[in-house]
Design a protein around this ligand. Sequence first.
Ligand SMILES: Nc1nc2c(ncn2[C@@H]2O[C@H](COP(=O)(O)OP(=O)(O)OP(=O)(O)O)[C@@H](O)[C@H]2O)c(=O)[nH]1
Ligand SMILES: [Mg+2]
Length: 245
Amino acid sequence: MPDPATTDYDETVGRADYDDTVVIVRVFNEAPVVAGVLRELLAVGLRVIAVDDGSTDASADEIDAAGAFRVSHPINIGAGGALQTGIEAALRFTQAKFIACFDADGQHRLVDLIGMIHTIRQGYDVVIGSRFLQGDPDMGRLRRMMLKLGARLTRRGGSFRLTDAHNGLRIFTRAVAGDIKLNHAGMAYASELEEVLTRPRYRVTEFPVQIVYTDYSLAKGQPLLNSVNILSDIVAHRVSARRRR
Ligand SMILES: Nc1nc2c(ncn2[C@@H]2O[C@H](COP(=O)(O)OP(=O)(O)OP(=O)(O)O)[C@@H](O)[C@H]2O)c(=O)[nH]1
Ligand SMILES: [Mg+2]
């Protein structure tokens, strides 16, 4: 497992060359925070594709004001559909070697993404964030239990054992991005994606990250209900994958 302490984040932020990476930020009704998140990414020289997933608030205007490249869905499709659009845009409109995913709601930390970029440059195909590599994070016991159980259930076929079921902070190579064809448009996409990202032929590693539970994200989301949904999605996905075999 890479050690975040060995990444030279502090020295490089603000002057590093991140031309090799494009960051996909999916956005659904995040007007109060999205511009701040995008500006932070753009300020260090990262290229950003923001996928506005049919937002009904001022998210599109906020994305434009921040200066990110915007792709918009005319209607809301869901987190998986928005990611697929972002991947296709990244492949079509950029030559980036690496494609990263970063949430619009302020829950991901730039410092973690930078560490993951340094890690994938060392020769990995896929680097996935995990909240559980450095002790137990500050979250409700039930949510923690759900995510860990989810991680166990998701382990199928892949050679790599993930410790975090649903971590949206990920980076993969262009070649891996070309292999991703998500069928689930909603949140159930995550188990489908993990199945692709942990294929035995890929060099995969996890990277320790922190998820920031801001007042904004807590007020917006229903974290516990989400983790119950995630668990039922994973089980449903397992059942349908077994039927297809
Ligand atoms: N929930 C949701 N998010 C979407 C959708 N389309 C795009 N997104 C974006 O996908 C990212 C992840 O969504 P979140 O609802 O924050 O999911 P999460 O971080 O797993 O769950 P929370 O802990 O509740 O924040 C955010 O940047 C959203 O704006 C959608 O249809 N539904
Ligand atoms: Mg979130």
